[in-house]
Design a protein around this ligand. Structure first.
Ligand code: ZN
Length: 159
């Protein structure tokens, strides 16, 4: 178990495109475990590999006790709309209003490199969109409606 340093807005690594994962090596397994440890330690609901300085297409998400390891994820379908506040572990203590699809269907590969699909609504759909954006160097501050505002640590989920 290891907690990795979370990169913050302004770090150029957060703006780069991540590379596809071809196989899950022991190092990648360790990275994924560290990403979970880092996310839970920071009380986040999602974390993308570039947030810990690794330019690979890997995200971890846990919004309600069900962890999703998503390798090479892609959104297959989306519909509806939700507008709400969103935060990011790379922008600590801040949040902003972002509109996202209310439903997404995504595909990804797990640690065994088995393909799976996930259908998500609400917060999980928001988290998937947010984390997948990180893999292309996009951050929620690019999409925010109005101003970024300060939040207290207790009342926001950060991704
Ligand atoms: Zn984020």
């Amino acid at each position: 178990m290891a907690i990795r340093n979370i990169r913050e807005l302004g770090d150029e690594i957060l703006r780069k495109n991540c590379r596809e994962v071809k196989e899950v090596t022991p190092r990648i397994r360790e990275l994924i475990q560290d990403m979970y440890d880092t996310m839970y330690e920071a009380q986040g609901v999602g974390l993308a590999a570039p947030q810990v300085g690794i330019l690979k297409r890997i995200v971890v998400i846990d919004v309600d006790g069900t962890p999703y390891t998503m390798i090479n994820p892609q959104i297959l379908e989306k519909s509806g709309e939700q507008t709400g506040s969103e935060g990011c572990l790379s922008v600590p203590g801040k949040a902003g209003i972002v509109t996202r699809p209310n439903y997404v269907k995504a595909e990804a590969w797990n640690e065994e490199m088995e393909r799976y699909e996930v259908e998500a609504e609400g917060l999980l759909a928001r988290a998937i969109c947010h984390e997948l954006d990180h893999l292309d160097g996009v951050m929620y501050v690019d999409l925010v409606e109005g101003d970024i505002y300060d939040v207290t640590a207790e009342d926001e989920d950060e991704e």
